[in-house]
Design a protein around this ligand. Structure first.
Ligand SMILES: [Zn+2]
Ligand SMILES: [Zn+2]
Length: 382
């Protein structure tokens, strides 16, 4: 093939088709593969060709509960390559490898001024879409990134960092936010209940804050991964009494702080029991409304504090980007399953019913196509 032929082939690879594959949410537990139009972009917007999009617990919850109207295309832990830019975009050009946040707050309203960004009305607007009601759009081949996200919430991936590592910026941000809410002091002891990917990230961040971290899970496979990432004090909850183990390691007091990284309300009581008087419990996975029985004297007499943290904080964006892009933690190690887009329904099924061997599940709309792997991409552990 001559040079002209190669150029032609390259431009054909780069050209944007009129339609694409997407995993479309059509109702409760109903996600279908459909062919939809590739989104059109405006002057200040860009079109992202998705490489990897993480499956998040909140996606699964929306699919399982029907909390949102249909149709929608979910997916918000998105990394990929800029495929096209609008006339007014100066910061990016086609070929740039980036991640895009799907929510960015206004920074000026009452909630933003009080740093409760997740309550800001602009923040609640979703700025990435693959069509239908904007809902992230990462579970499609292409995503339209709207102007305020291009300006404030799109970040370049450095050479040498993979799309897989980069797609963790949003979940890491939510975890840093949770750790900040706990106000850990160096030397404190933290118990992290649940060692799925999020529990492990929370544990590593707790250690980074200077705390001694104890982890527990029912699955020894998960504790092994936790240990390989530096979390060596593990408790196999299927064999041992977690509360007693923690007391034994803290002169009978209990942990200074407990993080609940499992979405089970039945674990709130043991989490409080494992906390010392005056300690804190962070609910991190309790995303469903409901009711629980709490011992009021644990809060009043024992002065234990129940805290919550949800979603990401724009104030922690730079820190979370640094943590991920500097590879302070090998996040690729948390990915157990990679699915092509055509197998998205299976990916959701597995993520919703975790197996001992399953950790982070990602969908990779762009992994099979030629020419878009990113020249500096590293794929260790795959
Ligand atoms: Zn998420
Ligand atoms: Zn605001």
């Amino acid at each position: 093939m001559g040079i002209a032929g190669q150029v032609e082939l390259e431009s054909a690879r780069q050209s944007i088709p009129a339609s694409m594959l997407a995993a479309v949410y059509r109702g409760v537990n109903d996600v279908r593969l459909e062919t939809v139009p590739v989104p059109k972009i405006g002057a200040g917007e860009l079109l992202l060709r998705v490489h990897t999009c993480g499956v998040c617990g909140t996606d699964l919850k929306k699919i399982a509960t029907g909390s949102h109207s249909a149709p929608r295309i979910f997916g918000h832990e998105t990394s990929g390559t800029v495929a096209a830019v609008g006339d007014r975009v100066r910061k990016f050009q086609p070929g740039d490898r980036v991640i895009a946040f799907h929510h960015i707050p206004c920074r000026i309203c009452y909630y933003c001024r009080h740093k409760t960004f997740a309550q800001c009305s602009t923040y609640k607007e979703v700025g990435c879409t693959a069509g239908f009601e904007p809902s992230g759009g990462g579970f499609a081949e292409y995503v339209r990134v709207m102007d305020w996200i291009v300006e404030q919430g799109t970040i370049r991936i450095p050479d040498g960092v993979s799309f897989e590592q980069a797609c963790f910026v949003e979940p890491v941000n939510t975890c840093i936010k949770g750790i900040e809410a706990l106000r850990l002091e160096p030397g404190e002891t933290v118990l992290t209940i649940g060692q799925g990917p999020i529990g492990i990230i929370l544990g590593v961040l707790g250690q980074r804050a200077g705390a001694t971290v104890i982890t527990s899970d029912l699955y020894p496979e998960r504790l092994k991964i936790a240990a390989s990432l530096g979390l060596k004090r593990t408790i196999n909850a299927s064999q041992r009494d977690v509360v007693r183990c923690v007391q034994e390691q803290t002169e009978g007091r209990g942990a200074d702080a407990v993080i609940l990284a499992v979405g089970s309300n039945a674990l709130i009581r043991p989490a409080l029991d494992a906390t010392r008087p005056g300690g804190r419990v962070l609910l991190f996975a309790q995303t469903q409304h409901g009711e629980v029985v709490v011992d009021p004297a644990a809060i009043c007499v024992d002065e234990k504090t129940l805290l919550g943290s949800y979603s990401a904080s724009v104030g922690l964006q730079e820190e979370s980007v640094r943590f991920v892009m500097n590879r302070e933690m090998n996040l690729e190690k948390l990915i157990s399953h990679r699915f092509p887009l055509r197998d998205a329904p299976q990916a959701f099924g597995l993520a919703a019913h975790p197996q001992p061997s399953s950790m982070k599940v990602v969908i990779q709309p762009g992994s099979a196509r030629p020419g878009n792997a990113g020249k500096a991409e590293r794929r260790e552990g795959t």
